[in-house]
Design a protein around this ligand. Structure first.
Ligand SMILES: Nc1ncnc2c1ncn2[C@@H]1O[C@H](COP(=O)(O)OP(=O)(O)OP(=O)(O)O)[C@@H](O)[C@H]1O
Ligand SMILES: [Mg+2]
Length: 272
């Protein structure tokens, strides 16, 4: 499996800058009739009940919905961590609904950058080593030098140049989440998938992190974010609400909330 070429991202950025993203035929996520049934003894729980969702390259989507509505179930499937009972899922043009565990792991590593509520950084590992980690998996075969260079570039993008050798305990919560975003970016995935990324952060730091996602999206990155907080969702360009395993509401945000200027550092597209 090959990763996207760096040039591809640059091309995405060009298209985003030209305002053409909405016209791309390419969809990062294409889901039709997705169902997920959990069987608990004699009881069947229909966590997803025939859900359809298309996300185009370059979108910034927030997924909301009440507890138990199926968000995590959906995200586990979108993130190739689980497979559906029925229905189809194409990720960046690849039909992943029927792949086995190993094939799913491979495509997950190549195409998705995860960001979690609890950062999930290795504690006794420096920022740069945390960011290099995803480059050790899969079939990249990059040299040590190239991995190092890519990690430095990712940390620079999220505004952490100079903090490469800090350990997580030496960084603030917001900085730790930036490291996690840099780690998600380093493989140049087709999309960033963030599950409650501001759940552990105060409101000012949340705003800062949303600023980073917005600026990455401005460079053409597709961002899919789960959140319980309407204020956070308003930073996206589109909000879908899940209820009873289906999309209940799908709304374009005309005037999305722009994270306070001057807080987030400038983000530039990868130059490699
Ligand atoms: N592993 C499982 N086994 C059985 N039932 C499950 C399992 N995971 C989820 N469910 C059920 O599927 C439904 C959807 O759950 P899901 O975790 O996707 O909801 P959610 O929208 O993420 O909720 P929350 O906002 O509380 O995280 C719920 O009724 C839940 O009880
Ligand atoms: Mg959940």
């Amino acid at each position: 499996m090959r990763l996207r070429e760096p040039a591809r991202w640059a091309a995405d950025a060009d298209r985003a800058a030209a305002g053409e993203v909405g016209n791309l035929v390419e969809n990062v996520i294409e889901i039709h009739g997705l169902t997920k049934v959990y069987t608990m003894g004699e009881v069947e729980v229909h966590a997803l009940a025939g859900l359809d969702l298309i996300v185009e390259t370059g979108e910034f989507l927030a997924v909301m919905g009440p507890s138990g509505s199926g968000k995590s179930t959906l995200m586990n499937i979108v993130g190739c961590l689980d497979r559906p009972t029925d229905g189809t899922y194409r990720l960046d043009g690849v039909d992943v609904s029927s792949l086995n565990r190993d094939a799913r792991a491979e495509i997950r590593n190549a195409k998705i950058g995860f960001v979690f509520q609890s950062f999930n950084l290795l504690a006794r590992t420096s920022a740069i080593e945390n960011v290099e980690l995803p480059l050790l998996y899969g079939e990249l075969g990059w040299s040590k030098g190239k991995r190092h260079e890519a990690a430095i570039e990712s940390l620079r993008i999220v505004g952490l140049a100079g903090r490469e050798d800090h350990y997580p305990s030496q960084l603030s919560g917001g900085q730790q989440q930036r490291v996690a975003i840099a780690r998600a970016l380093v493989t140049q995935p087709a999309m960033l998938l963030a599950d409650e990324p501001t759940g552990n952060l105060d409101s000012r730091t949340s705003e800062e992190i949303m600023g980073i996602f917005q600026q990455l999206n401005d460079t053409g990155k597709t961002v899919v974010l789960i959140t319980h907080e309407p204020d956070i969702a308003q930073h996206a360009k589109r909000v879908v609400t899940v209820r009873d395993g289906r999309i209940q509401n799908d709304e374009k945000i005309q005037q999305h909330r722009v994270a306070a200027k001057g807080i987030a550092p400038p983000v530039q597209p990868m130059t490699r």
